[in-house]
Design a protein around this ligand. Structure first.
Ligand code: FAD
Length: 498
């Protein structure tokens, strides 16, 4: 069969408005077909059959399918290795063009290069910039080298922002779609696994996942979320955003992650309201970490600061790791944050900083294990931001927290959750205590650890023994902090200055 059409491969731009790839495809005369691939290479990392993100994706795709059907098209959803499925689809349907938005992480970069290499002649690849304001390839120093520190990156980024950067990519797609049924037939005939895009439960079941309703993360309310945040919260955001007990940030991160909203819309809305500079600055952090991942892909595995690479001997205390993963460390603010993540798929930014600092400094566990734990549960899981955040808290990343400035969980919770509202929300065992009593719990030390070394044998028994009572702290903050500072200080001396 011959279609003479463009294929728009959606990945992290799962919407039909303000869309660079759709807009580029529409500027050519051919009809178009949208495709999404549940990439088995990626799904292998999401082993939990109840995974919230895979569920979210299935619901988004069904939503897009319904919208596309109303416009005369449909969402072609495939399951398989993208590096094989896309070239097969292109060949089977004789597509003349493949349009996609560029990605900046090592895995997707390699995947896209492999796809391009595997395409038959006659199909051109059009790559657009969509999920950032400015491509990180363009935000570089005057000599062309990459920035390693946020503030100069941000300044350069701001200097490149023009009204065009936030301009909407129009999508005038009425009557422009190829026959969805014909595409499905051709894809199936080519041996591709076409999923039932109309039915989230069927899509999930076909891939071995379990469908679940999730009212916390709806797929149809992103514009209300944005409007509400900009109208009510963007002005107080600079001072309010650190308080964990209130609803002070946008909670748009999962929507930005999957592209249900474009970053341009966010910036346009913030600029129209005025007073959104701090929030726009945070949006730039997201792009900065993408730039770091693009220019220094070794951070995916290794410490960004070279002097720490392979030099830190982390604790191997599995009991500590397990207590952390369950939100049972005996540090109320840490446990509340971990439980927020487990229950909702999201964690407040300050809580992420406290938790990551506690993990890598107090427990002295390898930050990569913490990064992995977040990757398993965060709705907004984004490789570059997650890696950047973890390395920052561990003092091994860009702009890293100085190694001697270790978050004190008690002071953090007294300051940013003074009435223990956040803690009580997620740690019900503590609901009958006063805020003062709860904050004081942070400074109790585990009896067995007061005199012992941080990682001695007895630590294994320090994990909470039962679920009915709130556990004792599994480490003593002061002892742990002194230990971590000493390790980093010694390395700084050995390696020639910290
Ligand atoms: C250890 C650690 C891990 C993190 N992992 C992720 C992750 O996997 N995915 C992710 O999107 N963010 C991550 N962050 C950054 C930040 O915590 C979240 O982006 C933020 O909490 C999302 O909530 P929000 O949408 O309400 O943010 P808002 O405060 O409303 O900010 C708006 C948007 O700006 C971006 N943003 C804000 N702060 C940061 C930041 N510090 N770094 C990068 N982007 C930022 C996000 O896209 C966010 O949605 C991590 C931070 C830390 C300390």
């Amino acid at each position: 069969m011959k279609h003479n059409h463009s294929i728009v491969w959606l990945r992290r731009d799962l919407r039909l408005h303000d869309h660079a790839a759709l807009s580029a495809a529409l500027s050519a005369p051919e009809a178009l077909q949208c495709v999404f691939v549940f990439d088995s290479d990626i799904l292998a990392q999401f082993a939990n059959p109840h995974d919230r993100r895979v569920n979210f994706l299935a619901r988004i795709l069904a939503h897009l399918h319904a919208q596309l059907q109303a416009r005369g098209g449909g969402m072609l959803v495939l399951h398989g290795r993208a590096t094989e499925a896309i070239p097969k689809l292109v060949a089977a349907t004789h597509a003349v063009r493949l349009v996609l938005a560029e990605d900046y992480e090592p895995g997707p970069i390699a995947r896209d290069a492999a796809v391009e290499k595997a395409l038959r002649g006659g199909c051109s690849v059009v790559t657009v910039t969509d999920h950032v304001m400015i491509s990180p390839r363009e935000v570089v120093k005057d000599d062309g080298s990459a920035f390693k520190v946020f503030t100069p990156y941000y300044k350069k980024w701001l200097s490149k922002l023009t009204p065009l950067s936030s301009a909407e990519f129009e999508v005038e797609d009425a009557g422009r779609y190829a026959s969805y049924e014909a595409m499905c037939t051709a894809a199936r005939a080519a041996g591709l696994n076409v999923l039932d895009a109309a039915n989230p439960a069927a899509m999930l079941e076909a891939m071995g996942y379990v469908h679940r309703e999730d009212d916390l993360w709806r797929v149809d309310d992103v514009h209300q979320r944005l409007a509400h945040f900009v109208e009510e919260k963007i002005r107080p955001y600079p001072s309010a955003r650190n308080f964990m007990d209130g609803d002070t940030t946008s909670k748009l991160s999962p929507y930005l992650r999957f592209g249900l909203v474009s970053v341009r819309e966010c910036v346009r809305a913030a600029e129209a309201k005025g007073g959104g500079e701090k929030w726009i600055n945070e949006l730039c952090w997201r792009e900065f970490y993408m730039a770091i991942m693009l220019h220094f892909p070794e951070v995916a595995e290794h410490e960004f600061v070279e002097k720490y690479r392979g030099k830190l001997t982390w604790s191997s205390n599995d009991a500590h790791l397990q207590a952390f993963r369950e939100g049972r460390t005996g540090y109320p603010i840490v446990d509340a944050a971990v439980r927020e993540l487990l229950q909702t798929g999201w964690m407040h930014n300050r809580a992420r900083m406290i938790v990551a600092s506690f993990f890598s400094k107090d427990l002295f566990l390898d930050w990569r294990k913490g990064e992995q734990f977040f990757a398993e549960h965060l709705m907004d899981y984004e490789f570059s931001s997650n890696n950047g955040g973890w390395q920052w808290a561990t003092s091994t990343g860009t702009d890293a927290a100085p190694y001697f400035r270790i978050f004190n969980p008690q002071l953090q919770s007294e300051k940013f959750d003074a009435e223990a509202v956040y803690i009580k929300r997620y740690v019900p065992e503590l609901r009958n205590l006063s805020a003062k009593e709860i904050h004081a719990l942070h400074s109790r030390s585990h009896p067995e650890q007061r005199e012992g070394s941080l990682f001695d044998e007895r630590d294994s028994s320090a994990a909470p023994q039962n679920d009915s009572s709130y556990p004792h702290p599994i480490v003593d903050h002061k002892t742990a902090k002194d230990f971590a500072v000493q390790v980093f200080r010694d390395l700084g001396h050995v390696m020639g200055g910290a």
